[in-house]
Design a protein around this ligand. Structure first.
Ligand code: GDP
Ligand code: CA
Length: 343
C-alpha cells in the first residue's frame, strides 16, 4: 500500500500537470494566472510548471503530423488560441482547407486552418528529419512561450481508436480513429471500447519521469478521464512514478451531475462501464492507497452528496464550484485543489 505524501510547510516549487486539450488548457490558463499573481497559496509564485500532454489524439492527415492536445495547450497558454472555439488559431482563415476539399482530398471533415497549418508544416518537417516529438514541441514553444515546460507524454506513436457497432461489417463492428469518432461522428454512436494502439509499447518522453520524481504537486485538470488522462496514465512507468513520487496528486472532476461539461466523457465512460459521476471518475483513477493515483479530488457543489463516498475510498474531497467560466473562477478552483492536499 502506498502512503500519501506528508503535507509540507514549504510552498511547492515544482508542479506537474497532466493535460488533454481544451479542458486541460483552460484549467492550466486559469491556474497559471492565479499562480503567477500569488493567488495559489501553497505554491511559490515562481514555481516551475511541467505539463505532460496527451498525444494519443495525434494523427497524420494530408501528409502532416497533427497534435491537437499539444497545440491546444501551446496556443492557449501562449496567447494564440481562438477563444470561442477553444482550439486552433485566433484570426484563422481556411483557404488551404477549401482548396483541398475542391480536390476531394479526404478527409474533408477535418478542419485545418491556414495559420495552424504552419505549425503542422514545421512539426512534420522536423519529425521527418528525425527529431523526436519532445524536441519538436520545445522548438514550437520557443515561439509561443507558454510559461510552462510542455512535454508530450511520449515520443512514440500512440493512437486512440474507438470500437463501434456496425451492421454493415461481417464482424458487426469496426474501429475508427479518435478524430473520426469525435470530429466526423460527433461522438454520437455508442463506443464499445477504446483501443489505444501502441500505448503498451510506449515509453515516457524525456523529462516526464524526472519531472514527476521532482514534483511537489501534481495536478489532474478536468480533462477527459479515458482519452486524455487515461492515456497519459497508461504510458508504461508513468502511473508507478506518480504513485512512488513525493508529490500529492489532486484532480478536478470533468463530470458534473450525470454528464460531462463539454465533449464525450459520458459516452466513453458508459461504453467502458464506468459510473458517469464525479465519484465514478475518482474511483476509475483510483486512490493512491488502493493502487490508484489520487490523493485529492474536487467535485462540483451540485455533487456535494458524493464527498463522503470519495473520502471513504481514501481520497480527500471537497465540493466547490467547478465551472471554468473565466480565469478567475478557474484560479479559485485551482486554489481549492491545492488546499486539499497541501493544507
Ligand atoms: P479535449 O482534449 O479537447 O477533449 O480536452 P480535455 O480532455 O482536456 O478536457 C475535456 C473535458 O473537460 C470534458 O470531459 C469536459 O467535461 C471537461 N470540462 C470542460 N469544461 C469544463 C468546466 O468548466 N468544468 C469542469 N469541471 N470540466 C470541464
Ligand atoms: Ca484531446
Amino acid at each position: 500500500m502506498s502512503v500519501p505524501p506528508a503535507p509540507s510547510a514549504e510552498p511547492a516549487r515544482s508542479v506537474v500537470a497532466l493535460s488533454g486539450g481544451v479542458g486541460g488548457a483552460r484549467f492550466l490558463r486559469g491556474t497559471l494566472a492565479a499562480l503567477r499573481a500569488g493567488r495559489l497559496p501553497g505554491v511559490a509564485v515562481d514555481a516551475h510548471v511541467t505539463v505532460v500532454a496527451n498525444t494519443a489524439d495525434d494523427w497524420w492527415v494530408h501528409g502532416l503530423k497533427v497534435c491537437p492536445d499539444l497545440d491546444t495547450v501551446m496556443y492557449t497558454l501562449g496567447g494564440g488560441i481562438d477563444a470561442e472555439r477553444g482550439w486552433g488559431r485566433q484570426d484563422e482563415t481556411w483557404t488551404v482547407g477549401a482548396e483541398l476539399a475542391a480536390y476531394g482530398a479526404e478527409p474533408t471533415w477535418f478542419g485545418l486552418g491556414d495559420r495552424d497549418l504552419a505549425t503542422h508544416l514545421v512539426r512534420t518537417q522536423m519529425v521527418e528529419a528525425g527529431y523526436p516529438l519532445s524536441a519538436v514541441t520545445a522548438a514550437l514553444c520557443r515561439r509561443w512561450q507558454p510559461d510552462v515546460e510542455l512535454l508530450p507524454m511520449t515520443d512514440d506513436r500512440v493512437e486512440t481508436h474507438v470500437l463501434l457497432a456496425d451492421d454493415a461489417e461481417p464482424s458487426g463492428r469496426r474501429t475508427v480513429h479518435f478524430q473520426e469518432y469525435w470530429v466526423r461522428l460527433r461522438a454520437e454512436p455508442a463506443a464499445q471500447a477504446v483501443v489505444v494502439v501502441g500505448l503498451d509499447r510506449s515509453s515516457p518522453a524525456p523529462g516526464v519521469l524526472e519531472a514527476v520524481a521532482g514534483a511537489d504537486l501534481v495536478l489532474v485538470p478536468p480533462s477527459n478521464p479515458i482519452v486524455s488522462v487515461g492515456t497519459i496514465l497508461g504510458v508504461p512507468g508513468l502511473r508507478d512514478a506518480l504513485r512512488a513520487g513525493p508529490a500529492p496528486v489532486v484532480g478536478v472532476s470533468p463530470i458534473i451531475g450525470r454528464d460531462h461539461v463539454h465533449g464525450m466523457a459520458r459516452q466513453l465512460l458508459e461504453g467502458l462501464g464506468v459510473d458517469v459521476s464525479a465519484t465514478g471518475v475518482a474511483l476509475h483513477h483510483g486512490a493512491r492507497a488502493a493502487d490508484g493515483v489520487l490523493d485529492g479530488w474536487l467535485v462540483a457543489e451540485e455533487d456535494a452528496d458524493q464527498v463522503a463516498a470519495v473520502e471513504a475510498a481514501g481520497i480527500a474531497c471537497r465540493a466547490v464550484p467547478l465551472l471554468m467560466t473565466d480565469d478567475a473562477a478557474t484560479g479559485v478552483m485551482a486554489a481549492e485543489a491545492v488546499a486539499l492536499v497541501r493544507p
